[in-house]
Design a binder for this molecule. Structure first.
Ligand code: SF4
Ligand code: SF4
Length: 92
């Protein structure tokens, strides 16, 4: 089974509040490469050029932990979702 097929089987139980957040929005504004948009396997991060802000679709987070260390400015606050929420891998 291919990775893409396994990802299709992953299920989520999203919380109403995000477990991911930006620490300082000004740092993102000045960040040239926007690495988070590239390294997140779930494409959680998207740069909104019109509003000059980072969009975070936390509902689809795979909880891989990459963004804890992947942001070159360590500008992402990462926590586990609250108990009972988040990704469920049991189908994949
Ligand atoms: S979270 Fe980090 S990598 Fe992403 S835009 Fe902000 S500073 Fe850049
Ligand atoms: S923990 Fe992994 S999947 Fe979740 S937002 Fe960070 S890089 Fe993306």
């Amino acid at each position: 089974m291919k990775v893409e097929d396994k990802l299709f089987l992953v299920r989520f139980k999203p919380d109403t509040q995000s477990h991911l957040s930006v620490i300082d929005a000004d740092v993102c504004l000045k960040c040239e490469n926007k690495d988070c948009v590239k390294f997140c396997p779930a494409e959680v991060y998207e740069w909104d050029e019109e509003h000059k802000t980072l969009l975070i679709a936390y509902e689809g987070c795979l909880e891989c932990g990459t963004c804890r260390i992947g942001c070159p400015y360590l500008n992402i606050k990462w926590e586990y979702p609250r108990g009972g929420f988040g990704v469920q891998f049991k189908f994949g």
